[in-house]
Ligand binder design. Structure first.
Ligand SMILES: [Zn+2]
Ligand SMILES: [Zn+2]
Length: 638
């Protein structure tokens, strides 16, 4: 292109404008849609987050990035980390900032500094507020290596990052007021965007190199406004009370042990919930025409080379050497399903072939990222692979979206979809990806499902629809995923004989709807705050004899309920009745049944339904039918 000639910029609605090279991304967005530009804290240039002050130099696509977008949320968190570092250095001048990335739920910044005190945090908080009031901008500068080294001469951590910048690339720094930090960016335009920043706490962290100093990590979270922060802090307090790790321990659902970090031990109560969820899913699978398979947990490295995992997912895999050969622990069920499809000749009459597998999967997650059931190293998904033809894609994905809707309604979870497209490194041809992305977008639109687009977040083998659930506190969780894959069947040389007598390659839908049992149970535990609906409750009914004299009758009731498949236990009369009623409340038992003289005499039971202060008299058959009916309907009322 000749110098000075205009270039073409494409916006999300398809509109195109001509712009002079060097025009600011923010100016282009404002000219396109003042309304949407007003919400933008950064921009996406060809799918990559950039500052609003980024100057476009070639043709490309431009979109606003807002706090509602995950990437925008991360930009704000990371910008808040800069603000924090500035405040720390202002408060404790010899503190050395090291790194400050966004995390799953906020941000942190690590400092080489003396041990902090709560008083330091107050001073740091005050310094942050002063910066916010001053509306200091973030401004980017590009330095050559020696300038950057001079600027950070006092900070060995930053010097190490500078050494990592590839030769020939400029080193970028950002100024915020008087504070300068080494960073690739992007950031929010100015610290006025960080009115809702809050420091959550600090802790000492042990360095990974023995000769290094211990660091102090300060954690925080950021919102564009103060009311949004206040709402978050309110929910956070409630979330602490609902933490699945605390409830899981109290209700004896699962435990973790130091000798198997990230590998859950499911206890009897937790297994009840997992099995009930499995039953729920299995019923759907039968109705929707799935068959179930079980394939090995380990495969020779060559299988993962074929599937592409070895090149694209190796850092998340556990590998074992057996008789001198490398084997990978499967991180996903795909290879086994592909091998079964390819194990004999297939006909178009078998398609769609829906193969479900609930096998343990192993994924390497760094120990620092493990978090209760939410992030683990061993997991089981409600997974299936559907082999189908081009024409079968749309109806099949429609059925899947219906199932998402039905499952979420059962659990009283709301959901939204996100369409994730081709990542930076991907298998196969860009044209196939374009087609698959277009198909998924079309199905979502024709099914009337609202969705966000997330550029570059697809799996390495396929674009995907990610399912995001919202729990009773309005917190989002990514669980299920529907992926449309043209690549893996080709790499495994899968074929079926078509109606035309010729051989064709099937397309594969990889899909999991609830996601992993681990994460889903974690989410549900917090969603219901441990008040399991009767169909999921490990103990559905607890029977309390008033005195020892009523014990035999109580055991009779227990046997009767157990014979009907109801999960029931008995609290013997060695403690006072009010104490036992209180304990049942703390254990969140859905039904507490009391048996005294009157009940024994007339064959009734006195029933306390969880959450209600008054007891109800019911005949035994009436009570049994009531519980059985709620369980059968999978009634989700608490
Ligand atoms: Zn930065
Ligand atoms: Zn798969």
């Amino acid at each position: 292109m000749a110098a000075g000639a205009n270039l073409v910029v494409v916006f999300p609605d398809g509109r195109q404008v001509e712009a002079k090279p060097g025009t600011l991304a923010g100016e282009l967005l404002a000219a396109w849609s003042p309304e949407r530009a007003g919400h933008a804290l950064a921009a996406l240039w060809n799918g990559k987050p950039v500052d609003l002050t980024f100057r476009v130099a070639e043709k490309g696509s431009l979109a606003p990035l807002t706090f509602e977008d995950r990437a925008g949320w991360e930009v704000l968190q990371h910008s808040a980390a800069h603000l924090l570092a500035k405040a720390v250095v202002e408060t404790i001048p010899d503190a050395l900032p090291t790194q400050g990335p966004p995390t799953d739920d906020g941000f942190f910044y690590d400092f080489d500094v003396r041990p902090l005190t709560p008083g330091d945090l107050d001073a740091i908080d005050a310094a942050m507020k002063r910066s916010v009031a001053a509306r200091e901008p973030f401004s980017r500068r590009e330095l050559d290596r020696s300038e950057a080294e001079r600027l950070f001469a006092r900070n060995p951590y930053k010097l190490r990052y500078i050494a990592d910048v590839p030769p020939g690339e400029p080193v970028s720094v950002y100024d915020t007021g008087t504070f300068t930090d080494l960073c690739r960016g992007p950031h929010v335009p100015n610290v006025h965007w960080l009115r809702g920043v809050h420091v959550l706490g600090f802790s000492a962290i042990t360095p990974d190199r023995p000769e290094a100093h211990p660091l102090q990590r300060i954690r925080g979270v950021g919102f564009p406004t103060r009311p949004e922060l206040d709402e978050y802090l309110k929910i956070r307090a409630e979330a602490v009370a609902r933490d699945h790790r605390t409830i899981g321990q109290r209700q004896e659902l699962f435990v973790f042990a130091d000798h198997a970090p990230g590998f859950p031990f499911w206890l009897p109560n937790g297994m009840v919930i997992v099995r009930e969820l499995e039953k729920f899913v299995q019923e759907h699978l039968r109705k929707a025409g799935y068959s179930e398979i079980r394939t090995p947990l380990l495969f020779a490295r060559s299988v993962f080379e074929t599937s592409g995992h070895w090149d694209h997912y190796r850092e998340n895999m556990f590998v074992s050497v057996i008789e001198g050969k490398e084997y990978g622990w499967k991180p996903m069920n795909c290879p086994g399903a592909m091998l079964i499809f390819g194990s004999r000749a297939r006909s178009y009459r078998e398609l769609p072939l829906r193969l479900a597998e609930f096998a343990p999967l192993h994924r390497y997650e760094a120990s620092g990222t493990l978090h209760g059931l939410m992030r683990v190293r061993e997991l089981v998904q409600d997974d299936a692979h559907i082999f189908l033809t081009e024409e079968q894609i749309e109806p099949e994905i429609r059925v899947l979206l219906e199932w998402v809707k039905e499952a979420c309604a059962t659990f009283r979870l709301t959901w939204s979809a996100e369409l994730s497209t081709r990542p930076a490194t991907f298998l196969g041809e860009a044209a196939d990806w374009d087609r698959a992305e277009a198909v998924l977008g079309d199905v979502l639109r024709s099914a009337g499902v609202e969705f966000r687009a997330s550029a570059g977040e697809g799996a390495f083998y396929a674009p995907k629809i990610d399912i995001h659930l919202k729990d009773s506190l309005g917190r989002p969780w990514q669980t299920g995923t529907i992926q449309l894959d043209y690549q893996m069947p080709r790499r495994f040389h899968l074929e079926y004989q078509g109606a035309d007598g010729r051989l064709h390659t099937p397309i594969v839908v990889h899909r999991t709807i609830l996601g992993t049992w681990e994460r889903f149970v974690g989410v549900l535990t917090e969603h219901v705050a441990g008040r399991w609906p009767p169909w999921l409750a490990p103990i559905q009914v607890r029977v309390l004899p008033v005195t020892d004299a009523h014990s035999a009758a109580a055991r009779g009731v227990v046997d009767e309920l157990r014979a009907e498949g109801i999960r029931v236990d008995l609290a013997p009369s060695d403690e006072s009745l009010p104490k036992r009623v209180r304990a049942a409340e703390l254990d969140r038992i859905p039904y507490v049944v009391v048996l005294g003289d009157r009940e024994v005499a007339d064959g009734s039971v006195s029933v306390r339904i969880r959450g209600s202060k008054v007891a109800r008299m019911m005949s035994r058959p009436e009570f049994l039918a009531h519980v059985a009916d709620r369980v059968r309907r999978r009634d989700f009322d608490p």
